[in-house]
Design a protein around this ligand. Structure first.
Ligand code: F0G
Length: 461
């Protein structure tokens, strides 16, 4: 199987290739990111996407039950029997008429892809199953990541359930949601808290894993992105294999947007889809590197020859001015996205747009998602807030078919939710007011009543 897949540098002027069993963070020749590539013509692929439906009847096989590995034909970097699964990818595309009016859209046109249903509570499990699979094939004994919460919870659960490798997580002090930290601690991850933010932790974990030969599972790992392609395969599956008009996704380290782009590039090249959806990537205003580079500095993929000088200058200025990412949407509180270049490629192929949304827009959108019964963490709600903005601008049509990816579960960050809905003004100020959130227009306030049956009945009449 191995010669049917390989790793390849995405820089067209380098394009070096490497074996599938090599563990590399990026191209050793030029430093660019790597892709996992396949010799598609030598692989047996189903002729139509609907042929994947034959696997539905094989759900007693854990690999076919998995929402990642039932699409193994489209990410066959190791044989199916060797793939690691803990039941990831049982997620739902939900028609979201309850939030369509908020987004300014017509009924029946807005869908939410709820990735919070994964075993660790976020989309990360899609990629982690693939990264841990690769880690196992190269004999990794330890795996590491930097995280704002979800990646660490995901690595920790795979490590605890499969016992294949010890998990080591790097977090910035005070920069992790407690719901997520509790998972990593409970699942037994070795937790290294460093003085700094996610960008610092990300830089350190790359150095440390290189020096100590620890397997790195952040989304710079190209195998992780293979697993994340399947989020799009499941969206297509739920839409009976028809492409939507738009995919809207929050942008942090830009792994999702990069992997979605790769999924559509491959499906299109293989003749499995005709129409390529457009991609909208949504930053928080306090962490809007992609927005500024793409929409203000006009940086484009340009066939892989993007304006490196402009990008490097942008980051040099960021460092010299000591700019730090800052948003309540902790999962996307990232100023130096490692997948920037792959994301530029995705934007190019999918005619993508980038927007940034304020803390207020994120919190209001989050309350709308919650009122519909799904619930999501703040970062995920950026996709709905971004959709609303793009509909308002007339970029997304009210009648287009739009899929917002809800990347993480509502229970990650209960502080933000309780501060928004609650009556405690001090708590509101501490958690949200200090970040520029001034109102909670859609709050569902709890009612305080004395412990007295008459009074309780009174408020329920
Ligand atoms: N949404 C959620 C819920 C996330 O956890 C993350 C990333 C993103 C969006 C951003 O996705 O990197 O693919 O653009 N969380 C990382 C973590 C940083 O450590 O869990 P991206």
């Amino acid at each position: 199987m191995s010669e049917l897949s390989y790793q390849k540098c995405i820089n067209p002027d380098c394009a070096a290739t490497f074996g599938i069993s090599e563990t590399l963070h990026c191209c050793p020749t030029c430093g660019a990111l790597l892709d996992v590539e396949y010799e598609w013509s030598r692989l047996a692929l189903p002729p139509r996407l609907s042929d994947f439906e034959k696997y539905w009847s094989q759900r007693s096989n854990p690999h076919r039950f998995s929402g990642v590995w039932r699409f193994h034909d489209l990410l066959p970097f190791v044989p199916l029997e060797q793939c690691v699964t803990i039941g990831e990818g049982q997620t739902l595309l939900q028609k979201a008429d309850f939030v369509a009016p908020y987004a300014g859209m017509n009924n029946g046109r807005l869908f939410l892809q709820y990735e919070g249903l994964n075993p660790s509570g976020s989309f990360k499990d899609n990629g982690m199953s693939a990264a841990v699979t690769h880690g196992r094939t190269v004999g990794a004994k330890r795996a590491a990541c930097a995280s704002t919460g979800n990646t660490s919870a995901s690595l920790a659960i795979y490590s605890a359930v499969t016992k294949l490798m010890q998990s080591v997580i790097f977090i910035g002090s005070g920069k992790i949601a407690y719901g997520k930290l509790s998972q990593a601690l409970d699942y037994g991850a070795k937790t290294i808290q460093i003085d700094g933010d996610f960008d610092d932790a990300m830089a350190r974990v790359q150095e440390v894993s290189k020096q100590l030969g620890i397997y790195l599972v952040n989304s710079i790992n190209p195998f992780r992105l293979e697993g994340q392609k399947t989020i799009m395969f499941r969206v297509l599956e739920a839409l009976r294999w028809e492409s939507p008009d738009w995919i809207v996704v929050p942008g942090g380290n830009l792994g999702n947007s990069s992997s979605f782009g790769k999924a559509f590039i491959e499906l299109h090249k293989l003749g499995l889809i005709k129409k390529v959806p457009r991609l909208a990537i949504i930053n928080a205003t306090g962490a809007n590197t992609l927005y500024r580079l793409v929409e203000q500095e006009n940086v484009t993929w340009n066939g892989g020859r993007y304006d490196k000088q402009r990008v490097n200058g942008f980051f040099a200025k960021m460092d010299s001015e000591g700019q730090r990412a800052s948003t309540i949407a902790s999962a996307i509180e990232i100023n130096k996205p490692v997948n920037l270049t792959k994301c530029l490629r995705a934007i190019d192929f999918c005619k993508g747009v980038v927007r940034d949304v304020t803390e207020q827009e994120i919190l209001d959108a989050k309350s709308q998602v919650g009122a519909g019964g799904l619930g999501c963490e703040p970062a995920s709600a950026a996709s709905l807030a971004g959709t609303r903005k793009l509909v308002n601008e007339g970029v997304i049509g009210r009648d287009e078919r739009v899929v917002c990816v809800l990347t993480g579960h509502q229970l990650k960050d209960p502080n933000a939710t309780v501060a928004y809905h609650g009556q405690d003004k001090e708590f509101f100020q501490k958690v949200l007011g200090s970040r520029g959130v001034t109102t909670a227009e859609f709050a569902n306030r709890p009612i305080t009543v004395p412990n007295d049956i008459e009074k309780i009945i009174e408020v329920l009449k």
